[in-house]
Ligand binder design. Structure first.
Ligand code: ATP
Ligand code: MG
Ligand code: FE
Length: 347
């Protein structure tokens, strides 16, 4: 089955073609970062309009790269939530109407299920059950996964998501938007032991997170180091390194706890912060020391993309799930409410 995937939930237009026999055929991501940079954050109306401009040209590009015509598609998957309502509507209207015109099934995909299943696009595919660490711009969750649509939320952030904390800390340090990747790069040259940053909520039982206190820590450290309001390059790099180490250590401690608590051996990481090099390395060391294994998508499939939506949609279409003719999006949508997919279907 050949499925076109459309991701338009926020500020990336992601388009991909997935073939259930041959794997990922082509994928393209257009990022709107430059468009939103001058506002320091995503402007919803501008995002919707840019998806309108970019989606069709990107569909042509992926079809060309795969050497397929639109008539050779067997299904269409689009992100139907959670996300910005206008941005979601662009992908949903386009996907639903294209499927109608081609007389093929369409399915709406949960964006976080897309992230969660992204490791399945790699050669080394994790078997169920596994624990998923979802770390993105809007979510920080630990989920027990017993199959597609069989999700149990074990813990989540009570305030800022990990990616959001990275972006806010970066902004305070004057790094360009969106700051997560820039902060992480700066941290490479810093001393992660210079300042004592807390590992929030690791001193008590449970699997929830809280990252907003680390922002305050960054602010007070900046104030303590700045001379006439200016931070030296060394100070900046050291603050970045200490902040990153605090977030990564906290995530690693909670992942180990989740594996111990459930007795599950396999861990997957997904979502934008999953691209973080230090997090990937430390989770590998930690899971291997426990006799387990960690799986993650290549960095470009950690952040938003159409491939993960095409993959999740394929699994659900193969299981017989599809939308009626209405165009529906769900801006707020708990992943645990998704229907389970029969283990045998779509394997
Ligand atoms: P959600 O998936 O929760 O709706 P989103 O789609 O905006 O949110 P993603 O695209 O999955 O989030 O991830 C973007 C986030 O990942 C941003 O907060 C960004 O700063 C962060 N990020 C990306 N690369 C890195 C990195 N190398 N280190 C740390 N953070 C990173
Ligand atoms: Mg984004
Ligand atoms: Fe995302």
């Amino acid at each position: 089955m050949r499925v076109l995937g459309l991701e338009t939930s926020c500020d990336e237009t992601g388009i991909a073609l997935y073939d259930s026999e041959r794997g990922l055929l082509a994928h393209r991501v257009y990022s709107q970062i430059a468009l939103h940079a001058e506002y320091g954050g995503v402007v919803p109306e501008l995002a919707s309009r840019d998806h309108v401009r970019k989606a069709l040209p990107l569909i042509h590009e992926v079809l060309n790269e795969a050497g397929l015509s639109v008539n050779e598609l067997d299904g269409i998957a689009y992100t139907s939530g959670p996300g910005l309502v206008g941005a979601l509507l662009v992908g949903a209207c386009l996907g639903r109407s294209l499927a109608w015109a081609l007389d093929i099934p369409a399915v709406g995909v949960h964006h976080m299920e897309g992230h969660l299943l992204a490791p399945m696009l790699e050669d080394d595919v994790p078997e169920f059950p596994f624990i998923a660490l979802l770390v993105s711009g809007g979510h920080t969750q630990l989920v027990r996964v017993d199959g597609i649509g069989r999700y149990e939320l074990l813990g989540e952030s009570l305030d800022d998501a990990a990616g959001e904390a990275f972006d806010k800390a970066a902004k305070m340090m004057g790094l360009p938007y969106p700051g997560g990747p820039a902060l992480s790069k700066l941290a490479d040259s810093g001393d992660s032991t210079r300042f004592k940053f807390p590992r929030p909520m690791t001193d008590r039982p449970g699997l929830d997170f809280s990252f907003s206190g680390l922002k305050t820590q960054v602010r007070t450290t900046i104030l303590a180091c700045a001379v006439d309001g200016v931070l030296s390059d060394t100070d900046k790099a050291d603050i970045a390194a200490c902040f990153q180490a605090a977030v990564v250590d906290t995530l690693v401690i909670k992942c180990k706890r989740a594996l111990q608590q459930t007795g599950v051996k396999r861990l997957i990481i997904a979502g934008g912060v999953g691209a973080n090099k230090r997090l990937r390395e430390q989770l590998r060391t930690a899971t291997e020391a426990m006799g387990g294994a960690v799986y993650y998508p290549r960095p470009e499939l950690c952040t938003d993309n159409g491939a993960m939506i095409a993959y999740a949609g394929t699994r659900r279409l193969l299981a017989g799930q599809q939308e009626d003719l209405a165009v529906a999006v769900v801006p707020r949508w708990p992943m645990t409410s998704l229907p389970a997919v029969d283990e045998q279907a779509g394997a």
